[in-house]
Design a protein around this ligand. Structure first.
Ligand SMILES: C[S@@+](CC[C@H](N)C(=O)[O-])C[C@H]1O[C@@H](n2cnc3c(N)ncnc32)[C@H](O)[C@@H]1O
Length: 191
């Protein structure tokens, strides 16, 4: 199925764990340095949720940014992606700062003791069967004044689809703070 057909039929597909090497490598770091993409939104001690964390490209970097007192919740649908991220966290001695969470396809299902200061959904929303329901749920995880960066790939998500997604986020109660540049795709900072 081509991207166009996927968009036309509103069908979604999930980026397989077999593609993890495409998401986690030195070349990507050159093009999409996590420090440049999320560094400005994260402080030491923060609680951060990485929705659709994949092999942990952002989760691991953000674990460095939040420091020993902070916490990352790395959430994904695919156990294999979570296992990949877990191995990487252990190798970098960051396991104690990262909690791994297995999502259901139509529900994140987190039970938080502390709401998030920052949340990230990087190249993830277009894979969801029901983005509207996701935004409703995600809103309950963010503390008042917290920030949520959503980045979608231009090659999968048309401008129209992106606008539709923004509408769903606003319907769920998020407001747009900014459309930051140079984040690696169609990007919005929500609160
Ligand atoms: C294109 S990958 C991006 C991974 C990561 N955010 C990154 O930038 O490296 C999309 C990820 O979203 C996850 N995903 C897809 N649908 C999901 C769902 N319903 N709930 C949680 N994660 C999901 C996939 O398993 C995959 O790991």
């Amino acid at each position: 199925m081509t991207d166009k057909q996927k968009n036309d039929s509103c069908d979604t597909y999930v980026c397989s764990y077999k593609m993890a090497f495409m998401l986690d490598n030195w070349f990507r770091k050159l093009l999409q340095n996590p420090a440049k993409i999320v560094g400005e939104y994260i402080n030491e001690g923060d609680t951060v949720i990485d929705f659709g964390c994949g092999p942990g490209f952002f989760s691991i970097a953000m674990a460095g940014m939040v420091g020993k007192q902070g916490k990352i919740i790395a959430a994904d649908l695919q156990v294999e992606m979570l296992e990949h991220a877990k191995r990487k966290a252990a190798a970098k001695n960051l396991s104690d700062r990262i909690e791994f969470h297995h999502c259901e396809k139509d529900r994140v299902g987190l039970e938080l003791t502390k709401k998030a200061d920052f949340m990230l959904a990087y190249y993830m929303i277009h894979e969801l069967p029901n983005p509207g329901a996701f935004f409703q749920e995600a809103r309950s995880f963010l503390k008042t004044g917290g920030k949520f960066l959503v980045v979608e790939p231009k090659w999968h998500v048309t401008r129209e689809k992106y606008q539709e997604m923004l509408g769903l986020a606003e319907n769920a109660g998020f407001s747009v703070l900014a459309f930051p540049k140079k984040k690696g795709g169609r990007s919005v900072l929500l609160t």
